[in-house]
Design a protein around this ligand. Sequence first.
Ligand code: CA
Length: 222
Amino acid sequence: MQILVVEDEVSLADAIVAILKKEQYFADAVYDGKDGLDYALSGIYDLILLDIMLPKMNGIEVLKELRKQGISTPVMLLTAKSEVDDKIRGLDTGADDYLTKPFNKGELLARIRALTRRKGEIPANEMTYGDITLNQSTYELICGANSVKLGGKEFKIMQMLMYAPKNIISKDEFIEKIWGYDSEAEYNNIEVYVSFLRKKLTAIKSTVQIKASRGIGYYIEG
Ligand code: CA
């Protein structure tokens, strides 16, 4: 994780770099907007902390130029309390977050974690476990280049299993959540759907297995 700090207040810039290094991030500091832009354009950074009031080129101009050149690295603006307008302009220009100075170490690190996590995040409509991904909008179960579409009940069973992997889900729980309390569904309904799912897992060459816990229910492992 490589972070660029662009801040003309040298003691602050260096203090931030020291904090980041202590947390095992790689960090570089530059002290004016022009250097900031040059470094940021290298594309090697995972996050840029960008002051707004900077010599040579201000932070908003740097940000504008970066976005114009197709650099989508997350940018967190460092703003003084008096720079509310700039902050809004910055967010409009494509900043991902801002931090008002003075800030404390904990706040800085928490925001950095949130921003860098967001970057590699799995879309909310997908669940993953082992080598499989379940797309919750298309009901597709994917393993590498292979995929298979699940029926409605198969999908719900898979979703419950993947939501709490290694937890045994009882046949009663499946029936309640999928067929409803008052349904006439029998345990062997579940068994039939689980056998369909097992065939589909084999078909997409997944190593994930649906295991039966004798008499109680099912769980996945892989
Ligand atoms: Ca400044």
